[in-house]
Design a protein. Sequence first.
Length: 274
Amino acid sequence: MRFILSILLWLVPLQSLEASPWEKISSPSTGKSESIGTYNNGCLAGGEDLALQGDGYQVMRSHRGRYFGHQSMIQFLHDLSNGVRQLELGQLLVGDIAMPRGGRFSSGHASHQTGLDADIWLKLTDSPLSQQQLIDVQPLPMVHIKDYKIHQENWGEEQAMLVQLAAVDERVARIFVHPVIKEQLCKREWTDRAWLRKVRPWWGHYYHFHVRLHCPDGNKNCKPQKAPPAGDGCGAELASWKPKSEPAKNKKKVAKIKKKPPRPPEQCLVLLRK
Ligand SMILES: [Zn+2]
């Protein structure tokens, strides 16, 4: 049994490196933006590119070509950076959105497939970064992962306001942050706490947050996700994320064997052949 298990574990890295055909496509398809399928198994028709620089934001690591999104995501990012500018929080650093026609990445994320997911760093810059800096820039951790504690020097008012600004937007369905970050947001006194419902705890999101938009109107092949549970999510559910044992040991258990990716929706296979 042990022998079989070690063989399986040996196979895992090979499978996760399996190339995704979507990574070979360098241009979006023409026509109106349409998200197809689910966030974790879908694609994007009529993708729009986010200009690499704009008022109040910059795209990082653009050589990876992951700055395409549904038109409504591109509009959302412009609106968010405008809001950030008005509040004088700094400059936004935008990470991965989606590939030109969406689809599965061969490594990294399971979602980001329909052009409705985007990663934004919690680190805000005072002034625009140079081209080289946009490649080399290092993430700023907001959480001491091992101690399951907030990083007091890096996390502050600006970060809390940034997440709130994104979450109150009605186009936003969910935001993922590390549970310790959610804890910080829960602790604060907000006049309106309804938006906290959308802020969902998830491992890994300790230097960036992940914004997920609702299926845009009229995109009938876009499959929405169930709404988050009622309430602000600050009670027992959040507490249940706190590791009972040493987080390092816990991490090992999380590394599970990856399954073969599911077959994409038919409309996506058509898009792939176009
Ligand atoms: Zn993400």
